[in-house]
Design a protein around this ligand. Structure first.
Ligand SMILES: [Zn+2]
Length: 296
């Protein structure tokens, strides 16, 4: 972190002055440069901005985001951004060092400011994107900001936002309807990522690891989960696509639980991108697997 602070201090000196230059902040086709810190926000900006913006992500696709730190080249590039969208809610440990120095505060959108947040034991749960209503709210803020920045394409931003909002509302409706007749009310998951989803659709999660997947559980926690799984006749334990603690597999073996994937959509792998997957399609896959564990 110390190294990062020094780099930022240098960049702040080098780039102050040119960051406000109109030419520096448009790409060569005159499109505004937009940065999203990680995939779900990238998805929103992509759907709303379409071809009217030049869009980049700070946390590369396929990289587990909880402990990511941006490189010096990324910071240089970030100083050219016209909009920076980030999660806030303690997700990007590096963001406070960037907003107000590498990028102006006025260009930054702190998504968590527009969401209903879950606070547990004094810690804000950052996984707010797993509630489609939060995605709609953040999307509206992004849409308004794009219009302010680029009023010539107002109609396109409005239209794209409406389409996106409809897709997210439909997704939300499907979750409500298809999880309504639950036979189980609790799932065992790999890390504490599904609080927002669980709250919205009325079930509980028992996480193996903490808020970040690398917060490995204590032997006591593992033993407790094994006991519980045996007691309640759980049939499944949920794995992630990008990062699952080894202990999930240990628990599965120990208890004869079958594994299913519940993707926290913290990032898409290159392969998922190439196959045309996005936030909505992964949420739909998640719903199918949730139904397997909760409804069937
Ligand atoms: Zn997480």
């Amino acid at each position: 972190m110390k190294k990062l602070i020094i780099i930022i201090a240098i960049l702040a000196i080098v780039f102050t002055g040119c960051a406000k230059n109109e030419n520096a902040s448009m790409d060569n086709k005159g499109k505004p440069l937009v940065y999203a810190s990680f995939y779900p926000l990238y998805f929103l900006a992509h759907e709303i901005g379409g071809d009217n913006i030049e869009l980049k992500t700070i946390i590369p696709h396929g990289v587990e985001p909880h402990d990511y730190e941006p490189s010096i080249n990324q910071l240089k590039d970030l100083s050219e951004a016209r909009v920076l969208i980030y999660n806030g809610a303690n997700f990007e440990s590096w963001i406070d060092k960037i907003v107000g120095s590498v990028v102006d505060e006025e260009i930054a959108i702190n998504a968590s400011q527009y969401c209903n947040l879950i606070v547990e034991d004094g810690v804000t749960d950052p996984h707010l994107w797993l509630d489609p209503e939060n995605m709609i709210r953040i999307g509206k803020v992004i849409k308004d900001r794009f219009i302010e920045l680029d009023p010539n394409n107002k109609e396109s931003y409005e239209e794209n936002y409406e389409t996106l909002k409809n897709r997210l509302e439909l997704l939300d409706k499907r979750y409500y309807e298809e999880l309504r007749d639950k036979k189980m009310d609790t799932i065992i998951v790999s890390h504490n990522a599904f609080g927002y989803m669980a709250k919205r659709y009325g079930f509980k999660q028992i996480p193996v690891a903490g808020i970040s997947p690398d917060q490995e559980p204590s032997p006591r926690t593992i033993a407790d989960i094994i006991d519980l799984a045996k007691d309640k006749n759980y049939e499944y334990i949920f794995l992630e696509s990008m990062a699952s603690p080894k202990t999930v597999e240990t628990i599965a073996e120990e208890t004869n639980l079958k594994t299913l994937v519940l993707n926290p959509i913290e990032g898409l792998t290159e392969e998922e991108m190439e196959r045309g997957k996005d936030y909505i399609s992964i949420m739909e896959e998640n719903l199918e697997n949730l139904k397997e564990a909760l409804v069937k």
